[in-house]
Design a binder for this molecule. Structure first.
Ligand code: GAL
Length: 659
């Protein structure tokens, strides 16, 4: 944007009112102008208006969206976007364009707001170099005005001139193709109206040099000083009790600008400094963003955290977790949501959120970061603290497993281990290997630990897990111990299990974890089938497992394997984790497309202990734009036999379910 700031003419440090009254001969002061008698009738702008009244509208008196019909902004003296010269319907002020046969109103869908329409010169116009152009008149009290003229030109570059009150204030301004060009000039009005003329005297016979005109903005010019800044401070004040309703980041910017403004208001500054402080304070005030408070689950809709950012915890898990309160140091219970951070797309780290009510979430940040280079692992303090004592070989492994360029980190789940007082994350750790470039060649389960649920989590290793016993049919014998989509479950006796897709996603496995939850209970070489692990539904090709316990039964909800595209859910029931699982079919009711209501399972948890409400968490992946994948959370229903049902609802709350 090209901005020309001409003749700011801000007179000294006195108030504008006093200085100009003298000049304009108002208030009984001696008339030095010698002009015709009726000019004395014209009032002075600041005798009619106060700065307080004009601060909210940025001193805008006119904002003409040339040839436009819908105004996105209106000045004090107008009630329509543009008009032919005449009395304004609401304000009675005389303003508008002087009509000419050659003026052509053009709409432009490529421009927004005042750039979506403009005046052009009709084709075939007999052009008179000094005469042809766009003429506007605006009724205005005496005073100083800042005039901004905007050009959004779809044609090749050309120049334009702007006359204000018959004097050329902007000369041969170059306006470029499809660039917004603005010119700003201040002028003094004493005769009751401001004349604006936009033209191109250099046009000659070249129609490719015709002028265009998109908008004209006229602002009254106040005196920018400490008195005005004080008025801004009063109008842009946020009472302390209201500060909490805004997001922390916008509130912080506002507080900083306010502090700067307060300091300047008390001291001495130049008019430009006061203007800058006024404008920045107003901008920060207007940018204050209210925290959106949710009281329902809005299924599949944009869901933002208490900072207004999209929640990024895909393929995730929610549980009630003991966490240390940051302010009191006491252990408290919080809802804790971990998941894939897809803010940068496919690859990313693991993020966590905390909540007290399951509707409103606070980001606890990236709890396990991925790493940009092998060097960063050794140089950056964050990684140094985590991996300072790792061997070169271990560091290579960390890099391969967490690289932001090649690693795939999916479906993270977290457990708190009471015995070690550590938080443990398991995740689907994938990516290329020495033998394959595929994103899903490693097919491993990764483990990371931390003393705090908000990290930083230290990556330990990624593993292949249990393998098909020799007396059973292995559906993918060429690659042993694979582990992809996964979940965790802790049984009533504290034993933890990892549930995951193996054998190239053809067979689900459930494997017992050790007491620390950091590895398998028994090494794969020694693991005993039925005691340490089981295979489920060999060849059935299920993934996205979500295991939960309810009323004496274990449930396992799964999806089919169709990548990011949704498919039909299926659930199984058993009497013990490593027991016999029975296929109970699709729990969805009214899911005509058989796509689990366009979602894929990731977790089912007890959301309301008192009323026994379980909640289904699914992902509605957006394969074109994974960042904008949405969450499908639905209440789970059970009948008397314990059969499970999922019904779609657009919006619901736990409270409204309660009988
Ligand atoms: C799905 C899987 C997701 C992700 C995706 C990649 O089948 O459940 O977690 O791996 O494939 O295509």
């Amino acid at each position: 944007m090209l901005t020309m700031l001409l003749a700011m003419c801000l007179a000294g440090c006195g108030r504008q009112e006093d200085t100009q009254k003298a000049v304009d001969g108002q208030d009984g002061a001696k008339d030095l102008s010698g002009g015709p008698a009726e000019e004395k009738e014209i009032p002075f702008f600041w005798d009619i208006h106060t700065t307080q009244e004009l601060i909210p509208g940025d001193f805008l008196v006119y904002h003409v969206d040339c040839a436009g019909t819908e105004a996105d902004q209106l000045g004090l003296y107008q009630s329509s976007a543009d008009q032919e010269y005449g009395a304004d319907k609401a304000t009675g002020k005389m303003w508008g364009y002087q009509p000419r046969d050659y003026m052509e109103a053009v709409a432009d869908a490529s421009g927004e707001g005042a750039m979506s329409s403009r005046w052009e010169i009709r084709e075939g116009t007999e052009y008179d170099g000094e005469e042809t152009g766009f003429y506007y008149d605006f009724e205005l009290p005496s005073g100083e005005y800042e005039v901004t003229v905007g050009f959004y030109n779809p044609f090749s570059a050309r120049t334009v001139c702007v006359d204000l009150e018959g004097s050329c204030e902007v000369d041969a301004l170059k306006i470029l193709k499809y660039k917004l060009t603005e010119a700003v000039a201040t002028t003094r009005v004493t005769d009751g109206s401001l004349q604006v003329k936009v033209y191109n005297p250099d046009r000659g016979t070249d129609a490719m040099k015709d002028p265009v005109l998109s908008y004209i903005t006229i602002r009254a010019v106040p005196v920018y000083d400490s008195v005005l800044l004080q008025q801004y401070l009063e109008q842009m004040e946020v009472p302390p009790e209201e500060a909490g309703i805004y997001t922390a980041s916008t509130c912080q910017i506002y507080q900083e600008k306010r502090k700067e403004a307060l300091k300047l208001a008390e001291g001495e500054g130049k008019p430009e400094e006061y203007r800058k402080a006024c404008e920045e304070l107003k901008e920060a005030y207007e940018e204050l963003e209210e925290i959106k408070v949710y009281t329902t689950f809005q299924v599949g809709k944009r869901w933002t955290d208490d900072e207004g950012n999209l929640i990024q915890a895909h393929g995730g898990q929610v549980q009630k977790l003991p966490v240390r309160d940051k302010s009191t140091g006491e252990m408290v219970e919080k809802w804790w949501w971990v998941g894939e951070d897809k803010s940068a797309g496919y690859r990313g780290g693991i993020r966590a959120y905390s909540s007290d009510d399951l509707y409103n979430w606070h980001s606890e940040g990236i709890v396990m970061r991925n790493v940009d280079s092998r060097e960063q692992l050794e140089k950056e303090a964050y990684f140094q603290e985590l991996y300072g004592d790792y061997t070169e070989e271990q560091l290579d492994n960390v890099y391969a497993s967490l690289s932001s360029q090649t690693a795939v980190i999916e479906r993270p789940k977290m457990l708190y281990n009471e015995k070690t007082d550590m938080y443990v994350i398991w995740f689907h750790a994938d990516g290329p290997t020495a033998y394959s470039d595929s994103n899903y060649a490693a097919a491993s389960a990764g483990v990371a630990v931390s003393k705090n649920p908000n990290g930083p989590f230290r990556f330990i290793d990624r593993y292949r897990l249990n393998t098909c016993p020799e007396d059973q049919e292995d559906f993918y014998p060429q690659s042993k111990g694979m582990a992809r989509d996964m979940n965790l479950f802790v049984d009533e006796d504290g034993t933890a299990y990892i549930i995951y897709s193996s054998e190239e996603n053809l067979t689900l496995y459930i494997s017992k974890l050790n007491e620390e939850y950091t590895y398998l209970a028994t090494d794969p070489e020694k693991a005993v089938y039925g005691e340490d692990f089981i295979r489920l539904f060999p060849g059935a090709q299920r993934e996205a497992p979500a295991l939960f316990f309810r009323d004496g039964s274990y449930y396992l909800l799964t999806s089919g394997c169709t990548g990011w595209a949704p498919n039909q859910a299926r659930y199984y029931r058993a009497e013990s984790v490593l027991g016999d699982w029975v296929n109970c079919g699709d729990p969805c009711v009214g899911d005509d497309k058989r796509t689990t209501f366009d979602s894929q399972s990731t977790c089912v948890f007890l959301a309301d202990e008192e009323n026994g409400t379980y909640l289904y968490m699914g992902d509605r992946w957006n394969s074109e734009d994974l960042t904008n994948s949405r969450y499908i959370w639905l209440p789970v229903e059970f009948d008397e036999e314990g059969a499970m049902y999922l019904r779609y609802q657009e919006e619901w709350s736990l409270e409204a379910l309660t009988p």
